[in-house]
Design a protein. Structure first.
Length: 158
């Protein structure tokens, strides 16, 4: 296989992961794995430490990525699987930087993002966290944002 094909597989995987993450968030995190995700929806003053049970979801995505790295590295006929693993890892890094660093400020690395897109991400995530219950959630994705979140509060009110 060519480098172009490997890079294409990696990029396609990064893009596909937004939909995988959306489905996992809606159906697993707000479904039968709510017990892990519930503390993420609690107000900050109710949290007792840096880590949340929700952080266990890192493993839900890291383990398949790791398996892809192993299979793709050990078996030449399955080298393309390595690039699926790399794509999952890249999406995980993007998710970490946007969700944990930018949105939730768990690390104080950057706070000054100011664009229509970054504000829309914050509004969408804020709408998601408006509910502290398993049900009645909205905006389960991260990177693909409903167009309604691009409207400023002033435009919504007017």
């Amino acid at each position: 296989m060519t480098v172009v094909l490997y890079v294409s597989i990696m990029i396609a995987t990064v893009l596909a992961m937004e939909f995988v993450a959306w489905a996992a968030h809606k159906y697993l995190m707000h479904g039968w794995l709510w017990i892990w995700h519930e503390d993420h929806h609690k107000p900050h003053y109710e949290k007792t430490g840096f880590f949340e049970k929700n952080d266990l979801f890192f493993l839900v995505f890291a383990i398949p990525s790791m398996i892809c790295y192993i299979i793709g590295s050990l078996f030449a006929d399955y080298r393309w699987v390595l690039f699926i693993g790399i794509g999952i890892s890249i999406y995980g890094l993007i998710y970490f930087l946007i969700h944990d660093v930018y949105i939730h400020q768990r690390f104080k690395w950057f706070r000054q993002l100011d664009s229509k897109y970054s504000r829309a991400i914050l509004r969408a995530h804020g709408a998601h966290h408006a509910s502290t219950k398993k049900e009645d959630g909205e905006s389960f994705g991260l990177l693909i944002v409903n167009p309604k979140y691009f409207q400023s509060r002033a435009r919504k009110a007017g």
